[in-house]
Ligand binder design. Structure first.
Ligand SMILES: [Zn+2]
Length: 154
């Protein structure tokens, strides 16, 4: 509860556009203008927006480009045959052969399985912000609002 900016009545207030000005007014006075909503309603409407902004920064999983040699070296170090590794992974022998030849890039799911079974590291985690930093450098080239104003003054 707060005081109406038009009549001074203590009431539940609505953010209302009255003759071009944004005022917090009571139910009665809000009839004279365009009601935007209560403070609480406006707050709620803004919150989901903030959440989507946070979601944009995500971790990107990438399989290391040298996956073929990592898999082969680790398998050999463990003394496993390709057939044995295929069995452990519940994959076809041809899949293992292609992985070790570099002909088949493992999916994230398969990489995670390989990491678990062979106790190695195949997936690199990248923050999406790492990629964004590249693009933000480019925006410096663009004229800022201040530059634009200077140009207009000439
Ligand atoms: Zn009022």
């Amino acid at each position: 509860m707060a005081q109406c900016e038009m009549c001074g009545k203590i009431d539940k207030l609505y953010k209302t556009i009255v003759e071009g000005a944004e005022l917090e007014v009571c139910t009665n006075c809000s009839k004279h203008g365009k009601v935007l909503g209560t403070k609480e309603e406006l707050k709620k409407r803004l919150e989901p927006l903030k959440k989507t902004v946070r979601k944009q920064s995500q971790t990107i999983l990438l399989v290391k480009p040298e996956y073929a040699s990592i898999i082969r070296n680790t398998r050999e170090r463990l003394g496993l045959k390709q057939e044995q590794l295929a069995k452990k992974l519940a994959e076809k022998l041809s899949v293992i052969q292609k992985l070790e030849n570099g002909q088949l890039s493992p999916s994230i799911a398969l990489s995670q399985k390989l990491e678990r079974i062979l106790n190695l590291k195949l997936i690199e985690e990248h923050n999406e912000d790492d990629f964004k930093m590249v693009s933000s450098k480019e925006t410096i080239k663009n004229p800022t609002f201040a530059d634009f104003v200077k140009v207009r003054k000439r």
